[in-house]
Design a protein around this ligand. Sequence first.
Ligand SMILES: *[C@@H]1O[C@H](CO)[C@@H](O)[C@H](O)[C@H]1NC(C)=O
Ligand SMILES: *[C@@H]1O[C@H](CO)[C@@H](O)[C@H](O)[C@H]1NC(C)=O
Ligand SMILES: *[C@@H]1O[C@H](CO)[C@@H](O)[C@H](O)[C@H]1NC(C)=O
Ligand SMILES: *[C@@H]1O[C@H](CO)[C@@H](O)[C@H](O)[C@H]1NC(C)=O
Ligand SMILES: *[C@@H]1O[C@H](CO)[C@@H](O)[C@H](O)[C@H]1NC(C)=O
Ligand SMILES: *[C@@H]1O[C@H](CO)[C@@H](O)[C@H](O)[C@H]1NC(C)=O
Ligand SMILES: *[C@@H]1O[C@H](CO)[C@@H](O)[C@H](O)[C@H]1NC(C)=O
Ligand SMILES: *[C@@H]1O[C@H](CO)[C@@H](O)[C@H](O)[C@H]1NC(C)=O
Ligand SMILES: *[C@@H]1O[C@H](CO)[C@@H](O)[C@H](O)[C@H]1NC(C)=O
Ligand SMILES: *[C@@H]1O[C@H](CO)[C@@H](O)[C@H](O)[C@H]1NC(C)=O
Length: 585
Amino acid sequence: MALPFSASILMVLVALLGATTTSSTMPTSSSSIVEEERAFLQSKWWSSGHNISLRCKWYGIVCNDAGSIIKIFLSNYHYQPSPPELQAMNWTAFPNLVSLDLSGIYLQGAIPENIGALVKLTHLNISNNNLKGKLPLTITNLTRLVMLDVSFNSISGQIPEHIGNLKNLLTLNMRSNNFSGSIPTSFSLLSNLIYMQLSSNFLIGEIPPELGKLKNLTWLDLSYNRLTGPLPPTLVEIGNMASLKSLELHCVFGKVESEERQTKNGDLFSIWNYDGKIAYEDIIQATEDFDIRYCIGTGAYGSVYRAQLPNGKIVALKKLHRLESQEPSFDRSFRNEVKMLTEIRHKYIVKLYGFCLHNRSMFLVFEYMDRGSLLWVLSNDDEAQELNWSKRVNIIKGIANALSYMHHDCTSTFLHRDISSSNVLLNSELEAFVSDFGTARILDPDSSNQTLLVGTIGYVAPELACTLSVTEKCDVYSFGVVALETIMGKHPGDLISSLRNSGAPNMLLKDVLDSRLPLPFNGTDAKNLVLVVTLAFSCLDTNPRCRPTMKDVVKEFLVSKPQLLLPFNDILIQQLLNQESIFQK
Ligand SMILES: *[C@@H]1O[C@H](CO)[C@@H](O)[C@H](O)[C@H]1NC(C)=O
Ligand SMILES: *[C@@H]1O[C@H](CO)[C@@H](O)[C@H](O)[C@H]1NC(C)=O
Ligand SMILES: *[C@@H]1O[C@H](CO)[C@@H](O)[C@H](O)[C@H]1NC(C)=O
Ligand SMILES: *[C@@H]1O[C@H](CO)[C@@H](O)[C@H](O)[C@H]1NC(C)=O
Ligand SMILES: *[C@@H]1O[C@H](CO)[C@@H](O)[C@H](O)[C@H]1NC(C)=O
Ligand SMILES: *[C@@H]1O[C@H](CO)[C@@H](O)[C@H](O)[C@H]1NC(C)=O
Ligand SMILES: *[C@@H]1O[C@H](CO)[C@@H](O)[C@H](O)[C@H]1NC(C)=O
Ligand SMILES: *[C@@H]1O[C@H](CO)[C@@H](O)[C@H](O)[C@H]1NC(C)=O
Ligand SMILES: *[C@@H]1O[C@H](CO)[C@@H](O)[C@H](O)[C@H]1NC(C)=O
Ligand SMILES: *[C@@H]1O[C@H](CO)[C@@H](O)[C@H](O)[C@H]1NC(C)=O
């Protein structure tokens, strides 16, 4: 008889994790709890050497106050000596279970019908196992499910026709299984769905046009299947699925079927694996195969093209040239940009619509920004005049919000590492969008923060030059530079060095402002400009620890400021540098 948990391991885990349970120590003796105990004993998932009435304290188990199990999480648990079977557990006995995570524990066998009895379940993750057989139809009884992840198994057969019953689903991942048959049209009932991943299966038939109804979908991946027929217009129209940030295109170069299945582990080459010529060829046609006439700019690497799709939508394409794509560092930046932009989404961060990462054609599809970069607009006298003070302040606030989100509101800390006026794009309303995530990275608390020097000269924080130690405060510094540049109309390099050398005595604030705009009266614009310069100076502190966080900056912008103490024209740079309060008490 196999007792998967070795006693000693379990004891240690109990000791370590006992405190995470929310159970009462006195299990109530209702009949359902007796059934739970029996199911546990019969399953042999846990060693019988343990006192079953203490199971609420075991590793991976959370109970409610009545002592009934509400959560089981054994993700990546290393079972010894043999992995368990899902069928060994009598799931009917867990009427209160809300969350079940059995991912990555080498589960064997089929998914039992009685999984459908877990009617309170909201999260089910049985990904990364060796599950075989069909997905039982009873799974569609789990109508409270918010997340269903069965990816990376060998589940075969059709996707249940009534999958559309799971109306609360936000995340559905069926990637890398042996699902066959067609995509059920009832998917279109999953109106809250945000993430849908069906790639690497054996699905056939056409893509149901009804998928276009999934307005909240931000990620749709049907690649590496055997789908046929045209891409439904409902999906091609990017605007129709307004949230979709990853409409992945398929790069078709002849027969690529066999090589596709090998690229299972995250090679981002293909997207629409139905014979997706239309989407790909739309891009090729719209740009006449990336003809120079459609090129609107060239960056450190690659070129940017403007493409009008048949539906009228205009997109920007960033394409790596043939030789560049063989350069590992460019290739890495490109892939990095895809990774970052699929993980972070913000009103003031440029949207990625899709990508094609094949070694013969590498391009990214972005939201098109009519007005080009902040650098460009500031360097053009007519455009710069259109950018009045309130718009410039809004641009600075937009950048601050985007950075604060990246640094503080994501699951990890994302660093941009190359904030500059050429990486801030403006739309037709002259709103700012942070772009260019080729060098962005996650600040990893477990690995060294030492890094290669990246970024744009003139925006890089001074400490990076000597220590190469990267923190979010490097972005804060670059933000300070861009903020000053935005209101001065030119790069503040000279001002910054004269501040460092002499402290700039007697220099008036009004004299550093962009002279192409009339001076602000001492109203809202004046107050905002004083605030921007004060904050920018603190962001430019040579000591990274003395710089504010982007969250602090955003907070300052939200506080409404009282009147200025002095007439605007009399305010000295020195006063703002000393962080003297220029506002009335
Ligand atoms: C199991 O734990 C319960 C509650 O702490 C206790 O009353 C009981 O005596 C224990 N049983 C054994 C066999 O240790
Ligand atoms: C499974 O649990 C249910 C409800 O607790 C119970 O009625 C049923 O007899 C159990 N089945 C088996 C095979 O133990
Ligand atoms: C399911 O579990 C796997 C492995 O633990 C994890 O990588 C994945 O993110 C989980 N799925 C969801 C949707 O959270
Ligand atoms: C659960 O699903 C099965 C198959 O779809 C169905 O026959 C059954 O009636 C459902 N049970 C409940 C309680 O809804
Ligand atoms: C799943 O598909 C793979 C690839 O074709 C095949 O090797 C494997 O035998 C299939 N497994 C099952 C359970 O059908
Ligand atoms: C989509 O998302 C929005 C905003 O998060 C939410 O209010 C709405 O209920 C969601 N569902 C549908 C069907 O629009
Ligand atoms: C491009 O991909 C093909 C097949 O996927 C491969 O044979 C070739 O070596 C690759 N070329 C480069 C430069 O990586
Ligand atoms: C700035 O420009 C916008 C539109 O171009 C206008 O609505 C706004 O009133 C202007 N602000 C000032 C202070 O002139
Ligand atoms: C990296 O930086 C973060 C944030 O400043 C810090 O929490 C972490 O300890 C640093 N990691 C190392 C290895 O220094
Ligand atoms: C506004 O500025 C003018 C001249 O710069 C000054 O005379 C006036 O007192 C100021 N008004 C306020 C309310 O500060």
